[in-house]
Design a protein around this ligand. Structure first.
Ligand code: 13P
Length: 252
C-alpha cells in the first residue's frame, strides 16, 4: 500500500489572510512517515509566504501549473524552477481547468511534467473524462489516451503522481461512485505497472472531484486510491483536516 497523499488545490482562491488556514493545517498534522503526506497547492502569489508558514512542519506546499520552459519571454507565466525557488515541492500539471481554459494539450502537459521533474518538483498529472465521454462509454479510452500523451518521455525513476478527476464531478457536488472510481483507478494502475514496472505500482493515484469530509472514508478506502486532490473542501482548515484525519485512520 502506498503512503497516502492528501492534497488541496486552492485554485484561484486565497489572499494573505488565508495563510491562517495554512497555519491551522500545520498545527494539526503529524510528521510521522506512517501518517499521510499533506500538501496544499496555493496560488503563485502565496507560495513564498505559505512555504515560510509551513517551514518546519510536515505540510508540503505546491504550485498549480508551470510553464514547460525554465525562463524566457513568456509574459505572465511561472516556471517550475521559480516554483521550486519559492518553496514548492509539488506542482499540478494538466488540471482540467488548465486543459479547458488554457488549451493545454497532453503534449504541453508532458513538457510541463518534464520541466517540473528537472527542477526537482513532483508533478501531479491530472486526467479525467467529460460528462459526454462518460455517457458514451469512452472513459477508459480517454484516460488511456491522456496518460499515454501526458506521461510521454517520463522515466520510471522519476517521482510523479496521477490524479483522476472526472470533469463532471469537479465543483459539482456530484461524486463518482466507488465502482466508477475503482474501475478507472485499477485501469490507471495497470497502465502504470505495464509502462514503469515496480515504479508504476509505487506511483500514487489520487481521486479528485467533490471529495469532502462526508464521502472521504468511502473513497479513500477504495483499492488503488492513494489519496485525494481536494478543491473546495481544502479552503477550510476544518474540512481539509477532517479528510486528513479520515486518511490517518485508514493508514492504521
Ligand atoms: P472540488 O473538490 O472542488 O470538486 O475540486 C476538485 C479539483 O478540481 C481539485 O483539483
Amino acid at each position: 500500500m502506498n503512503r497516502k497523499l492528501i492534497a488541496g488545490n486552492w485554485k484561484m482562491n486565497g489572499l494573505r489572510a488565508d495563510l491562517q488556514t495554512v497555519r491551522d493545517v500545520c498545527a494539526a498534522i503529524k510528521g510521522e512517515k506512517t501518517a499521510p503526506e499533506t500538501l496544499l497547492c496555493v496560488p503563485a502569489t502565496l507560495l513564498v509566504a505559505a512555504s515560510a508558514t509551513a517551514d518546519g512542519s510536515a505540510l508540503r506546499i505546491g504550485g498549480q501549473t508551470c510553464h514547460s520552459r525554465q525562463s524566457g519571454a513568456f509574459t505572465g507565466d511561472v516556471s517550475a524552477q521559480m516554483l521550486q525557488d519559492a518553496g514548492a515541492s509539488y506542482v499540478i500539471a494538466g488540471h482540467s481547468e488548465r486543459r479547458t481554459f488554457h488549451g493545454e494539450t497532453d503534449e504541453i502537459v508532458a513538457a510541463q511534467a518534464a520541466s517540473a521533474i528537472a527542477s526537482g518538483l513532483v508533478p501531479i498529472i491530472c486526467v479525467g473524462e467529460t460528462p459526454g465521454e462518460r455517457t458514451s462509454g469512452e472513459t477508459l479510452q480517454v484516460i488511456e489516451r491522456q496518460l499515454t500523451g501526458s506521461l510521454a518521455g517520463l522515466e520510471a525513476a522519476s517521482a510523479f503522481v496521477i490524479a483522476y478527476e472526472p470533469l463532471w464531478a469537479i465543483g459539482t457536488g456530484k461524486v463518482a461512485t466507488p465502482e466508477q472510481i475503482a474501475e478507472v483507478h485499477d485501469h490507471v494502475r495497470g497502465f502504470l505497472a505495464n509502462r514503469f514496472g515496480a515504479a508504476g505500482n509505487a506511483a500514487r493515484i489520487l481521486y479528485g472531484g467533490s471529495l469532502n469530509p462526508g464521502n472521504a472514508a468511502e473513497i479513500l478506502a477504495i483499492s488503488n486510491v492513494d489519496g485525494g486532490l481536494i478543491g473546495g473542501a481544502s479552503l477550510k482548515a476544518a474540512d481539509f483536516l477532517a479528510i486528513y484525519t479520515t486518511a490517518c485512520a485508514l493508514e492504521g
